[in-house]
Design a protein around this ligand. Structure first.
Ligand code: PRP
Ligand code: URA
Length: 209
């Protein structure tokens, strides 16, 4: 069964509360998502491999650690996942970025794929899938399935807010994928929106409604 990490850091909780407020505008919403994504990176990458290297400081030669192992790939689910890319890239600037375009059919709530472009060497990378909202889990589960079909198997999922239904879906469909969320909310409403949530993440990020 995959691990679920819920961030309880006061800075993250504070920033997320401002994002939830319906009176928070696009610009601030985008900035906050960027900041929270950056803060989440620390924990999401805690288990990355390091190796001992020799460095000469101005004082002496010493042994110290640097990242080793698989390089990172970041895969935002379009469109709202785009809002998490810059925050993560500011800490992992060498990461390659793939994109998966999915939208939820408003009637069936089923995900429809319209775009997929992954780094050429994605199968040799540690992949971090990004989407602010994990509601029914249909979109994230489908995205992970597409990624696995391309022979990639080191995948972790990072969301801002998840509903229990979404967590359950990912754990059932992809028990090998660990999930990192800033908040685990109560449930979904009849339209598949997270309660209390923050509304439609894509619309709030890009000002489309
Ligand atoms: C939202 C969100 C997720 C999905 C979550 O995207 O960003 O991708 O819904 O819902 P699910 O867990 O029930 O699949 P949406 O389909 O609204 O597309 P958008 O990002 O283009 O706005
Ligand atoms: N997608 C969103 O953007 N928000 C929700 O609450 C559910 C799905």
């Amino acid at each position: 069964m995959s691990k679920v990490v819920v961030f309880d850091h006061p800075l993250i909780q504070h920033k997320l509360s401002i994002m939830r407020d319906k009176n928070t505008g696009c610009k601030e919403f985008r900035e906050l998502l960027d900041e929270i994504s950056m803060l989440m990176v620390y924990e999401v990458t805690r288990d990355l491999q390091t190796e001992e290297v020799e460095v000469e400081t101005p004082i002496c030669v010493t042994k110290t650690k640097m990242l080793a192992g698989k390089p990172i790939g970041i895969i935002p689910i379009l469109r709202a996942g785009l809002g998490m890319v810059d925050g993560i890239m500011s800490l992992i600037p060498n990461a390659k970025v793939g994109h998966i375009g999915l939208y939820r059919d408003p009637e069936t709530l089923n995900p429809v794929e319209y775009y997929c472009k992954l780094p050429e060497d994605a199968e040799h990378r540690e992949l971090i899938v990004l989407d602010p909202m994990l509601a029914t889990g249909g979109s994230a589960s489908a995205a992970i399935t597409f990624i696995k079909q391309r022979n990639c198997h080191n995948i972790r999922l990072v969301n801002l807010i998840a509903a229990p239904e979404g967590i359950e879906r990912i754990q059932k469909d992809h028990p090998d994928v660990d999930i990192y969320v800033a908040a685990l909310d109560e449930k979904l409403n009849d339209h598949g929106y997270i309660i209390p949530g923050l509304g439609d993440a894509g619309d709030r990020l890009f000002g489309t409604k």
